[in-house]
Design a protein around this ligand. Structure first.
Ligand code: FAD
Ligand code: MLT
Ligand code: ZN
Length: 476
């Protein structure tokens, strides 16, 4: 045990002794204490919570992660696990003199197993690096999101990220075959198998997927790969109403189309992207109220699936306009219209972000209630809708004018948000489809989980982390 200062505001141990202890484990170069740098390492994409870590530590191996966690455990020092810090729920925020443990140096990716269709990597590898390693081996990794260049596999696992291809490949949970985790007392739990079938008691690794760093630190993972999708076609479709979007989805399903993405955004979102994203341009002569980004795999024989579907949508006026990407440049341009929404909104003004989900068949009645609530919202709050609508995941973003008071805006947007969250239980919806609870939605867990479920989750957390050192204050 190291020297203690009983009245210290943060960890009980003397801060300088803590830093010296951490330096002994990972080396001086891998402990950051500079206040300006800590503002970066102690924060995720939300940037609305106070940031005040004691230090950020960068272990290079699982053994070092284990030693750092053991040291923190022995000294009752609180830990915030940190990935690419692209999280949208405040899960990686350190605001109370915690130690940030970043996996930034742990980026190794093993050679792809082409026979078993798996890839094994350290948790600090970015999503994009894993996608590229799979592609280089002629295979495909199914998780995709606009933050792929920055977010880590460990962060994807800990948030159970959803993303742009969920409709086809599922979320991060569906990609994980095995995990290695460092528990809150420093024990390394090796569950990093590549088995597809393993019915030998409880599947413990599932607990750590979506746990938002509250149960341990993910250090390595074995992930599932698939064959590359067959020649995909991409269309941007302009429609008049939200009902048209659901009609298109139903008819794609009924036509037996293999949908690899089904995304939507409103014309308000489109206008904001056109204003802020470099090089963005609309593919349409006339703007429409809503747009669908539809990606399909061609038929096995190579025949186009997209064109006949679009022809029918034109014929009965389900769509007002539609354009099929003709080359890789257009492919990128169309995807850019969707993927650049987050960054463009941030450039546009103050934003409060939501990622609710509903059963797909309940989207239409929900949207009607949402519109009625939005009509009552203060006029300077713009409500911007987009999301992974093919799997029932709707992003509601409240946007306030740039330059206005940030806190006043957050409070006003919160009042609208709460009313909309309150509609969800009726439809058995969720306040978070993919971003997680973190600090942002702690009060809202009750809209999606029963008292018994929450009590059970807390029990599990208390068993795994009885001293409450692992990402305290997150989720509950
Ligand atoms: P961080 O933000 O660093 O951390 C997230 C949480 O995981 C925290 O609670 C942290 O403590 C914990 N954590 C991180 N690493 C570990 C680890 N190794 N072990 C244990 N716990 C850990 N999300 C989606 O689901 N779908 C999207 O389509 C999507 N698009 C996005 C687009 C943009 C432009 C941005 C900025 C974000 C987007 N996100 C999306 C949110 C974010 O990218 C995901 O939540 C991502 O999975 C977070 O990964 P990260 O490495 O950045 O994690
Ligand atoms: C997305 O779908 O683009 C992400 O979840 C990010 C966001 O909600 O802004
Ligand atoms: Zn999303």
């Amino acid at each position: 045990m190291i020297e203690r200062t009983p009245d210290a505001a943060g960890p009980k141990a003397n801060p300088q002794s803590v830093i010296d202890g951490l330096r002994k484990i990972v080396g001086d170069r891998h402990v950051v204490t500079d206040p300006a740098e800590l503002q970066v390492w102690g924060c995720d994409w939300t940037k609305i919570f106070a940031v005040d870590p004691l230090a950020a530590v960068f272990p290079g191996t699982t053994s070092e992660v284990s030693a750092v966690v053991k040291f923190c455990h022995e000294n009752r020092i609180k830990i915030v696990p940190s990935g690419g810090r692209t999280g949208l729920a405040g899960g990686a925020v350190a605001g109370k003199k915690e130690i940030v443990i970043s996996l930034n140096r742990m980026t190794n990716i093993d050679p792809v197993d082409r026979t078993g269709l798996t890839i094994r990597c350290e948790a600090g590898a970015t999503t994009q690096a894993v996608q590229e390693a799979a592609a280089a081996a002629g295979l495909f990794f199914g998780l995709d999101l606009a933050a792929k260049g920055s977010c880590h596999i460990g962060g994807n696992i800990s948030t159970n990220a959803g993303g742009l291809k969920f409709i086809r490949y599922g979320g991060m949970r569906e990609q994980v075959l095995g995990l290695e985790v460092v528990l809150p007392d420093g024990t390394v739990l090796d569950m990093n198998s590549s088995l597809r079938k393993n019915n030998t008691g409880y599947d413990i690794k599932q607990l750590f997927i979506g746990a938002e760093g509250t149960l341990g630190i993910v250090t390595r993972a074995t992930l599932r790969l698939t064959a590359k999708p067959r020649n995909v076609q991409l269309a941007c479709i302009g429609v008049k109403s939200f009902d048209n979007i659901l009609d298109i989805l139903t008819r794609c399903n009924m036509a037996g189309a293999t949908i690899t993405a089904f995304e939507f955004f409103t014309d308000v979102a489109h206008g904001i992207v056109l204003k802020h994203a470099a090089g963005a341009r609309t593919p349409f002569a006339a703007r429409t109220p809503f747009y669908v980004i539809l990606e399909l795999e061609d038929a096995p024989g190579g025949g186009s699936v997209m064109e006949p579907l679009l022809e029918k949508f034109f014929e009965d006026e389900t769509c007002l306009d539609a354009v099929i990407a003709q080359n890789s440049t257009q492919f990128k341009e169309f995807w850019g219209l969707r993927e650049n929404i987050t960054e463009s909104l941030a450039a546009h003004g103050h934003v409060r972000k939501n990622d609710i989900s509903l059963p797909v068949d309940k989207l239409a009645p929900f949207i009607k209630e949402l519109e009625a609530e939005v009509a009552k919202a203060p006029k300077d709050i713009e409500v911007v809708l987009f999301g992974h609508i093919g799997d029932g995941n709707l992003h509601i973003n409240y946007v306030g004018p740039k330059g206005g008071d940030k806190d006043a805006f957050q409070q006003a947007a919160r009042q609208v948000e709460e009313k909309i969250f309150a509609i969800l239980p009726k439809y058995k919806g969720s306040v978070s489809a993919e971003h997680g609870i973190g600090l942002l939605k702690k009060k809202d867990l009750k809209f999606s989980r029963s008292i018994d479920e929450i009590a059970f989750m807390k029990k599990i957390r208390a068993i795994i982390d009885p001293d409450g050192i692992m990402n305290p204050g997150k989720i509950f």
